[in-house]
Design a protein around this ligand. Structure first.
Ligand SMILES: NC(=O)c1ccc[n+]([C@@H]2O[C@H](COP(=O)([O-])OP(=O)(O)OC[C@H]3O[C@@H](n4cnc5c(N)ncnc54)[C@H](OP(=O)(O)O)[C@@H]3O)[C@@H](O)[C@H]2O)c1
Length: 292
């Protein structure tokens, strides 16, 4: 039985990846920071994996000694480990680049047969964003490592759309710009299949989105509809959002860096090759039931 390390196993995609690897017969070692977190489903209905993974190891990639021996006996590494919410002590460079690099160094010493990494779609359109820069620094290290690799480039998960849903429940949403750009977000279970499929094959980059294309505004309108609320969206002009970002950056650089992705992303379409079968409307309907 092949052994896979899933790094980022307590996250939205990581939990589905643990599930998918197990369903395909792998032995799964899950890296988490907190055992308790994975005993219950996540806020976007991603599965509780405490009783699914074969082995759970606790570690924080910003503390090298806490991840000693992480790749021992491992055949395949999958990492969706990344910084997606504000952290007072660390930034994307510390986690997405240096943290994943610490895992890569161990994977190289262990001569794993494949390393699958989750970066971001449209990276070439937003190269100067700290989040993208950190991911791509790691991608460059991975490509130079001599290991067999795959880089998955998702455009946006349903978990991010879940944020729109939570805002819709309050009855009001802000939108940066007019919301006319398009995207096809993907469910965690569907993107996990893409990731596990990437175990076999050549070194390659796989851009992936979901089956349905919407404008940002259409996604928001759908969220209001499913909540049973009337649509109330206030547009924020781009220049104002960018100015606010600069102001926030004066007090909290890490927060501004993370928020800069949201402000930059609305400037482009994010339509990636379509995978999966799960629909956003069904996801919102399920969220409406669990959040009741
Ligand atoms: N969300 C999207 O729409 C989207 C789209 C494209 C690409 N991506 C990329 O896909 C990846 C996964 O996204 P996601 O939405 O699944 O993120 P997520 O839910 O925030 O999961 C991130 C995972 O990384 C772990 N982690 C963070 N810092 C860590 C550290 N210092 N040591 C050990 N583990 C650490 C988290 O652990 P904790 O649970 O303890 O925090 C969690 O397991 C990210 O790199 C993200 O940039 C996301």
């Amino acid at each position: 039985m092949k052994k896979v390390l899933v790094a980022g196993a307590s996250g939205y995609l990581g939990r589905y990846a643990v599930n998918e690897f197990k369903e395909r017969g792998y032995y799964v070692r899950a890296l988490v920071r907190n055992h308790e977190k994975i005993k219950t489903p996540g806020s976007n209905m991603e599965p509780a994996i405490y009783n699914i993974a074969d082995e759970i190891v606790t570690g924080d990639v910003t503390s090298p000694e806490s991840i000693d021996g992480l790749c021992e006996g491992i055949d395949i590494v999958f990492s969706s480990l990344g910084l997606t919410s504000p952290d007072l002590k660390h930034n994307n460079y510390d986690v997405d680049h240096l943290g994943n690099k610490r895992i890569l160094v161990q994977a190289m010493a262990e001569k794993v047969s494949r390393f699958i990494y989750v970066s971001v779609f449209n990276e070439d359109k937003m190269p100067d964003l700290p989040l993208i820069r950190a991911h791509e620094l790691f991608v460059a290290d991975l490509k130079a490592s001599g290991l067999s690799w795959a880089v998955i480039r998702p455009n946006g998960y349903f978990s991010d759309m879940g944020r729109f849903f939570s805002m819709a429940r309050t009855g009001h949403m802000f939108i940066v710009g007019e919301g006319e750009k398009k995207m096809n977000p993907i469910h965690g279970a569907d993107i996990a299949k893409v990731c596990v499929d990437a175990v076999n094959g050549d070194c390659r980059e796989i851009a992936a989105g979901g089956p349905d294309i919407y404008t940002f505004r259409e996604i928001m309108e759908m969220a209001f509809l499913v909540c049973g609320k009337s649509t109330w969206i206030t547009p924020i002009p781009l220049w104002l959002a960018e100015g606010a970002l600069m102001g926030i950056g004066l007090f909290n650089r890490n927060l501004a860096d993370l928020m800069s992705f949201a402000v930059e992303a609305v400037k482009f379409d994010h339509v990636a090759p379509a995978y999966g079968s799960r629909h956003l409307k069904n996801f919102f309907e399920e969220l409406a039931i669990v959040q009741k």
